[in-house]
Design a protein. Sequence first.
Length: 223
Amino acid sequence: MPKINCKGCKRVICTKCSGLSATELRVVALQTPKLSYLCDDCEEGLRQIPDLRRLVTELQQQVQELRKNHINVVNLDTVINEIQERKNRSRNLIVFGIPESTANSPEERKSHDKDQVSKTITSLATPEPEILTVIRLGKPVSKIEKPRPIKVVLANKHNAINVLKNKGKLPNSVKVKADMTPYQRDQLRRLREELAARTEKGEQNLTIKYINNIPKIITTTKN
């Protein structure tokens, strides 16, 4: 099968998986300097550059504030680690509301969780998401307590994105969320506190919306 090279990571990809039309493939084959092919991962990396710049700026501001208060801070490794952690979690999902198995065998309980998760998310994405593994988070609970959330590791981040896009179709008893880093969770918590404070002061029609994967408080409009 014909192949094509990604200009960014140099990975060799079959032309069928590249998503390019026959005409586009012929043009790229001419190796014109102004034209090149980028795989999905490299294109996603380019799209994330503005977000990463904002992250760097925000972290730098926090560093300056901490320095003013004479608090020791870490260096640029913090930013690098955060970027890597987000990449590692990009193919994960956190699923809430799946009942826990009462089987004695760990293998049986894990098989039960994987089957239930598969039934839950299969209808939310096309092609069907490939589940690599499932992990219950936290210590075992009693029957009367809420079931523990499940971390679901999928084959790739595109599976996760497709499921999250359609999570509104799930029944109210089940929730699916992205696997956020501690920094992202703290950022969302602070936004929720700000939203509550502004609402209490009388501002109306406020909500939190993700814009380019960054949560922001926006004012909604009514038609």
